[in-house]
Design a protein around this ligand. Structure first.
Ligand SMILES: Cc1cc2nc3c(=O)[nH]c(=O)nc-3n(C[C@H](O)[C@H](O)[C@H](O)COP(=O)(O)OP(=O)(O)OC[C@H]3O[C@@H](n4cnc5c(N)ncnc54)[C@H](O)[C@@H]3O)c2cc1C
Length: 330
């Protein structure tokens, strides 16, 4: 047992879940080697961007035993365009920067991890080759190969994103319209950039993008010079353990199935994955506690897709969804 304890735990994927798991494992006096994809920025799927999410910042910091308060700022003003209606409301959301810039959530977690002695290797990893004698944590986010390797049910999403410099304060505007297909679009600003994302689990095409660009121009006056395509996978199942791996982050299913908010879930599941190395039964209980509400949210999401449901009823379903907390009770 003590020999096993000396083996470093391997983590594949250096996003929010992988970094949090690494930090928490050092708290259990475990050595960690973390593999991330090479190149800039570290989180390949999340280049410099602004993510927003509603959560209890203090309780989350206390659950994680990590001070990440400096990475989050309250959204000052929030506007929603719902099938042509404009709603302005006081916001309960926070914004954070993703990517590798100083002050971003990823950079902050990486700095903590390095200070605590985590070894980070930037090299391409074929996950299938990385099974070691000791535990391996997989936290590869939206990357399709792990879903295929582990035979985890998933759905694919595609979209377009864009960013540019901006002096705007912390704001959030979301769009749900015919061009957003099964999902939505948002535009958010923080730390001198404004970022926008249009995505859907049934795909968005160039016509959808042009319609969104038109709507953006009319409503916000913004014209983004360069757009790039994104693609990834969203899990339809929740697993803490699969084959011989411990899963964390999006891959473990800890992502809100309705709006695909995953920032908080990724960090929470990182902590749970670290616990799974030391105390598997308790970690499994904790994982189940956090995904408890996701099944009902998945049903509400399916309901939203019904063509028979009028726009007014869809607004009610969106409201109903907000009654269920993203990651259970912290
Ligand atoms: C464009 C976009 C916008 C989003 N907006 C929001 C938002 O506004 N609010 C919100 O709450 N959530 C948002 N999300 C979801 C949120 O970002 C994710 O749920 C969260 O990042 C998941 O964390 P993770 O650690 O599982 O994955 P990630 O943070 O994506 O990290 C995965 C890491 O694994 C690495 N990796 C992948 N494969 C390999 C491999 N074979 N070898 C080594 N490393 C590998 C990747 O490079 C990456 O660094 C968004 C996601 C995307 C893609």
């Amino acid at each position: 047992m003590s020999e096993r304890k000396n083996l470093p735990v391997q983590i594949i994927g250096g996003g929010l879940a992988g970094l949090t798991a690494a930090i928490k494992l050092t708290d259990y006096d475990r050595q960690v080697i973390l593999y991330d994809q090479p190149g800039e920025p570290d989180s390949a799927e999340c280049y410099r961007s602004v993510h927003t999410t509603q959560f209890n910042l203090d309780k989350t910091c206390s659950y994680l035993d990590l001070d990440i308060t400096g990475c989050f700022e309250r959204v000052e003003s929030e506007t929603v365009y719902l099938y042509g209606r404009r709603i302005t409301k006081s916001s309960r959301a926070y914004a954070c920067e993703r990517g590798n810039a100083i002050g971003s959530l990823d950079h902050t977690l990486k700095t903590i991890a390095l200070k605590k002695g985590v070894v980070i290797n930037y090299q391409p990893v074929a996950t299938v080759e990385r099974l070691s004698d000791d535990k391996t944590i997989l936290a590869t986010g939206l990357n399709q190969s792990a879903y295929q390797l582990l035979n985890i049910g998933h759905t694919e999403l595609t979209g377009y994103e864009a960013r540019m410099a901006s002096s705007k304060r912390v704001t959030l505007t979301s769009f749900k319209d015919s061009y957003t297909g099964r999902d939505f679009a948002y535009i958010a600003s923080k730390n001198g950039i404004v970022y926008t994302l249009l995505f859907s689990r049934n795909g968005v095409d160039l016509k959808n993008l042009v319609d969104y660009q038109d709507h953006l121009r009319q409503t916000t006056g913004l014209i983004f010079p360069r757009w790039s395509q994104i693609r990834g996978c969203v899990p339809l199942e929740h697993h803490l353990f699969k084959n011989d791996y411990i899963l964390a982050g999006t891959l473990s299913g800890v992502i809100d199935p309705f709006f695909l908010s995953g920032v908080v879930g990724a960090m929470v599941s990182g902590r749970i994955a670290a616990m799974a190395v030391i105390d598997p039964p308790n970690a499994l209980r904790e994982h189940q506690r956090f995904v408890k509400n996701f099944r009902i949210k998945q049903h509400l999401y399916q309901l939203m897709q019904s063509r028979l449901l009028p726009a007014g009823a869809k607004i009610i379903v969106i409201f109903l969804h907000t009654l269920f907390r993203d990651v259970g009770k912290l």
